[in-house]
Every structure is written in C-alpha cells, then in structure tokens.
Design a protein around this ligand. Sequence first.
Ligand code: F6P
Length: 316
Amino acid sequence: MNIGVLTSGGDAPGMNATIRAVVRAGIGYGHKVFGIKDGYSGLIKDEIIHLNAHSVSGMLSLGGTFLGTSRSADFMTEEGRKIAAENLKNREIDALIVIGGDGTYHGAMELAKLGIKIIGLPGTIDNDIAGTDFTIGFHTAVQTIVDAIDKLRDTSNSHQRCSIVETMGRHCGDLALFAGICGGAEFIITPENPINKELMFKRLKEHKEQGRRHAIVVITEKIVDPFELAKEITEKAEFVARATVLGYIQRGGSPVPADRILGSRMGTYAVELLNDGIYGVCVGERDSRMVYLPFANVVGQKRPKNEMYRLVKKIS
Ligand code: F6P
C-alpha cells in the first residue's frame, strides 16, 4: 500500500513522533509512506515527498511538525478538495493519515466523501477532541503552562500580587484545568467553569485579609480580557493583579514522554487499522487503550465536563 501522512491545523508537540511512527510502522509492514507538506494546502499543491526510515530519524524529540502545517482556505472549497483527491489518486496513494484537531477531521470527512481512505489522529494541544482521553501535544502544553505558573508565583509572592494566567484552549478548558491544578491556582475559569466575578473578588479580598501573599487565577482564552480583569481585581478585591497571556509559547517545545508515547502508539495503530482494511475512522486513547470511532461520532462533539473541577474548590 502507498500511505500518505500530513499534519494540519495548529501544530502540537508530538506530531513529529506520530509521523515517525507512521513511517517506521508503515515501512515495517511493507508499505511505502509519503509525507504531504503543509497540511491540506500541500495536498492541493501536490507537494508530496517520499519518506524513508532515515527521513524521520531524530524526530522524536523535536517540537512542531517537520512536514509543516496550515489552516487551508482553499481546502474549504469543493474545488480545492477535488484537486486534493485527484492528486492523491494520480500519485497512487491508497490511504491518508491526517494528524490534527476538529477542523482537520472536518476536512477528512469531506475527503472520505470523494472516495479517499482516511484515518484521523488527534493532534492538538487543546484536548478538545471527543472520543479520546488525551490528544497528542496536550501533556507538553500543560507542562509549559505549569512552568510558567511556577515562575509567576515567585514574582507574585515577592510583590504580594495576584497573577492572572491566560491559556489557550478555545472551547475547551482542559489546559487551564490541568495546569491550574498542578500550579495550585486559587481560581480556574474555563468555558466549562464560568467566571463568577463577585464571588472571585470576595474570596480574593478574604485571601488578602488573611495575609496570603499571592494568588493565581488561570483562565482560558476568549472568555474575558485578562488585562481588564487584572484592573478589576486590583480595584474591587484590593489585591494588586497583573495578567500574563502565554500565547504561542504553549504550542512549541520538545514533547514530554507522554506525548511521544501517545504519538508513537497512535501512529502505529493507524497503520495497523489500514492493514486490517479499516478506514473512515479516527483514533483515540480510552482508559489507556487504543480505540477507533467513525468521524461522525467525534466531529463537533463536546467532551463531558471533567470531574477534576470539584478538586479546585476542595484543595485550592
Ligand atoms: O492549536 C489550537 C489553538 O492553540 C487554540 O487554542 C488557539 O485558539 C488557536 O490554536 C490559535 O491558532 P492560530 O492562531 O494558529 O490559528
């Protein structure tokens, strides 16, 4: 079989480890593997390269994606997708493995309608894909955020300040939740755990009066302006606050072991599914086991609210 592999959407640490697994497992099972440059955009432009075992050596520890990625506007059009499918057929690529988030899966569903055998792997720092406990890149991003919180606590404590830390995550609060728990945050505000400003001001004021020297508030992006929130906390809770937006720092860096393992397992599993004639599905990890689900069961679906939210009130 000829297998194509691409990364699409926001890059995530562990994507390279995943590509490496697809290439090495693919070759091991007797297939040829081709890398598509810059996601769906490279598929339309026919930027496709043959990958051998050597092409992916040294990739396990590298952040980003060596194939490149994009959010392709052309691929959103029917015309663009037809060209992409045509290019795959002309190159005699029998199946495609795509690594990315919800938008990537949307694209995969559309390509499947054009007769392409396709498998999706969840690669995004946001952990916002239904059907998997964890996405590739999430653990590394949590580590990055925890490192930042630890540093911010040092300076907050020195100056007796409240630190607001804004994380990525869009519609999913898992980055803020996991990092907030690891970083001992007093408040974790996410789409699943909305802000109650009055309560927050009251508690922070009490903290201050009790003599606490610092407080940490972790908040998912796109909920409130963190700099405005810092002003409000300073005035209403009488706790001087500063905001830090972590931004794209969260997407980079060498993947932690959990992401290298997840990418290695998922990449290998995707090739094994193709060996068994299974496609039109996306892969997940559930209770530490590899599983697969039809795209339709996953795309656009929300994950249930994480039970760890109850910890925030208990131990912060
Ligand atoms: O990778 C996912 C994500 O990090 C979101 O949390 C964030 O909102 C988005 O990507 C930003 O991506 P870009 O600016 O690259 O489109």
